[in-house]
Design a protein around this ligand. Structure first.
Ligand code: PLP
Length: 389
């Protein structure tokens, strides 16, 4: 078992990280504190580091199969973390959740079919639907009194012409961890309208107060859903391209496999496989400490904004290391808000509009870093705000 540890930022220079090395290209300036791409500036757990070092010491990095221990590790992780029993044969390994999302779209729908999503939303959901020539049916989330909820009437109306529902659970960027009741209502509407649910649960491990409910842990969903997950967000191993689909229904699984196989994916990434097995079997204590650290970062930002009366509202973050900031009270146009963060505060956050039109007036802040970096970020923000007001 891992010992509880302090979470310091690791210098990522020289590692070709998207967050740092692509920041100059994205923001067209080189003096930013990058707080965008959804990975963390924190070291992966010791158990993962040791396992990877051991594997790297073996000098052959050839084609690699998924060993039985890989499936065991996922099965026992789901059991111990979510009290959810899955069979090993339900698991289909892949190299990324977004690729799986694409395979699922082609496996279960035809061109021009309607596909439900809920914006503001991680952009590859809508772009994947559009690239495959399906129609986006947007059940835009309702933002009321600083919180997000679902418009069920609208969802039901759109479900009548939908083939699939791409659920993001927990939800990026709003930070919602859907409750059992909310999921139950969505499930019932989907079942009544024969809409299959593809549930992206990549953020499931980082849920703070509530419990994560996987969509397929609902008995009635067994034959109507596909779950997509990965250790990548949780253990900061996104670069190892190792994910998996969980598909309890045999026919759905076969249809999915056909699409994935067509793309030529067969073997796994030797490092990703090792990382997953190690993280899921030994990384639990580390994860519990990480959650405390991230939650404290979230509270710190929220309190800082309030105490310094910066009119930016932090939407409650029930899950993920991504904070969704409502900047509308700054009284600026969206474009000016983006400019304010980049050029005045020198902070590289994600532009809210990249999550769809419903993200207008919002910015997404990644708190998967050290307290020290966040303190620096908040000081920059405060300074810029004071200069402007
Ligand atoms: C909801 C969600 N799904 C998928 C991904 C990316 O997954 P992958 O790198 O496995 O394609 C992200 C990354 O930010 C995400 O937030």
């Amino acid at each position: 078992m891992e010992k509880v540890k302090m979470f310091q930022t690791v210098n990522r220079e020289g590692t070709y990280s998207t967050k740092y090395d692509d920041a100059i290209k994205k923001f067209a300036t080189d003096d930013l504190l990058p707080l965008w791409v959804a990975d963390m500036d924190l070291a992966s757990p010791d158990c993962v580091q040791k396992t990877l070092a051991k594997r790297a010491a073996h000098p052959v990095y050839g084609y690699t199969v998924y060993p039985p221990e890989y499936f065991d590790a996922i099965q026992s992780w789901m059991q111990k973390r979510f009290d959810w029993h899955i069979e090993k044969e339900w698991i289909v390994p892949c190299y990324g959740v977004v690729p799986s999302l694409n395979f699922a779209i082609t496996a279960y729908s035809e061109a021009e079919d309607g596909i439900l999503i809920q914006t503001p939303l991680y952009a590859p959901f809508s772009s994947s639907v559009k690239h495959k020539n399906r129609r986006v049916l947007d059940n835009t989330l309702v933002y009321e009194n600083g919180e997000y909820h679902i418009d069920y009437e609208d969802f039901e109306a759109k479900a009548k012409e939908a083939k699939l529902f791409l659920l993001c659970s927990p939800h990026n960027p709003t930070g919602r961890a859907w409750s059992k009741e909310e999921l139950e209502r969505l499930i019932d509407i989907c079942l009544a309208n024969e809409v299959l649910i593809i549930s992206d649960e990549i953020h499931a491990d980082v849920v703070y107060e509530q419990m994560h409910h996987s969509i397929s842990s609902f008995e009635k969903m067994m034959h109507h859903c596909v779950i997509l997950n990965a250790p990548s967000k949780t253990f900061n191993v996104a670069g190892l391209n190792t994910s998996y689909a969980i598909i309890p229904d045999l026919k759905l699984r076969q249809a999915y496999r056909i699409e994935q196989n067509k793309s030529g994916i067969t073997n796994g990434n030797p490092f990703g496989i090792e990382a997953l097995m190690s993280a899921y079997s030994e990384g639990e204590t580390w994860l519990e400490s990480l959650k405390i650290h991230l939650n404290s970062n979230i509270t710190y930002v929220k309190i800082f904004l309030e105490e310094h009366q910066i009119p930016i509202r932090a939407v409650p973050t029930e899950a993920t290391f991504l904070m969704w900031l409502d900047c509308k009270e700054l009284g600026l146009s969206h474009e000016k808000v983006v400019d304010f963060f980049i050029y005045k505060a020198k902070l590289g956050l994600n532009d809210g509009k990249s999550f769809g039109a419903a993200g207008e007036g919002f910015m997404r802040l990644n708190v998967g870093t050290s307290k020290k970096v966040l303190e620096e970020a908040m000081q920059r923000l405060l300074h810029a705000y004071k200069e402007e007001n």
